[in-house]
Design a binder for this molecule. Structure first.
Ligand code: SF4
Length: 135
């Protein structure tokens, strides 16, 4: 169970930001999907780094990847899965709140209080966001 939870979480640090940006691009593409190489171009990342992110998000069940022929060449088309589509889209001001991009949100939202109270990611964000009252 623990390894499954670890697998479901977005990466930490810079990797997490890139994963969020990939998910934003794929979500914005809607039903039509987006070519994998266009994601690399938009994010200005190389295919090696990008492929790792795509494979990870695919394993998490957030995106699907299919081979299509585009301009005579085989390329990957990336689409949002129902799991990604059910994650609520929120204003960018809320980007810092980890829960809104967490695949475990439906589990916590359903009332898993123990998970919420022991969540390192949420507690770290709360501590980092805390502003002491003015004297
Ligand atoms: S508390 Fe938030 S960040 Fe932590 S597992 Fe639940 S939804 Fe994810």
């Amino acid at each position: 169970m623990q390894s499954e939870e670890r697998e479901l979480k977005l990466s930490e640090g810079g990797g997490e930001q890139l994963e969020k940006r990939v998910l934003d691009i794929v979500s914005a593409a809607g039903e039509a999907g987006v070519l994998q190489r266009d994601i690399w171009r938009i994010l200005n990342i190389d295919s090696r780094k990008g492929s790792k992110i795509i494979k990870r998000l695919e394993r998490m069940g957030l995106i699907s990847r299919e081979v299509v022929v585009h301009k005579g060449r085989k390329v990957y088309l990336i689409k949002a899965t129902p799991k990604l589509r059910q994650i609520p889209k929120l204003p960018s001001e809320l980007d810092e709140i980890p829960c809104f991009y967490c695949p475990l949100l439906p589990v916590c939202f359903a009332g898993d209080l123990a998970r919420i109270l022991t969540c390192e990611k949420l507690n770290r964000w709360l501590l980092d966001s805390y502003l002491p009252p003015r004297a």
